[in-house]
Design a protein. Sequence first.
Length: 182
Amino acid sequence: MVDSQVVLWGQTIAYTCYTISIMSLMAWFAYKITRQGDTYKAPNKLFYVYVSVLIVAGVSLHIITYNTIPWAPMDINRAEIKADKVFDIRVANHQFYLPADTLFIKVGEKAMFNVTSDDLTYGFGLFRKDNSMLFQMQVVPGHNNDILWQFNKPGVYSIRSTEYSGPKGAQMIIDHAVEVIE
């Protein structure tokens, strides 16, 4: 599975270029209709060619980046995938209750995080040491809330609530909660 940081950088560059192209089209159109002394003329063929290229590029960009999302194949084929480890986590009264102080996972293993809430809607997110998010999901009381993830490199992660659940929700952080080992 590709690391989500690599995907994020790639998509940031691609979508930034695409957005700049669209903005240049808008600026070109605005310039053409606001020039002094000219009356409004319908856009020329070059304008329509540029719009067509942007449409094709935008649709292509979405199709290409769909397959770069690292967890998409795992979610699509989830019924056939068996988790190597399953962690049942409970959330209540603004606290995470883990089955152990630190959840250990080996590199390459697929881990299933089953998270249940007893009272409110919370978020469940795994964060790297640099505070960037690896993944997250919403945890709704009375519903099945689980996420399957494959870890491809060693690391230490914290668990945090990623959903507003009142002022106490900001304190819902467990450092060194998950450790991926060789």
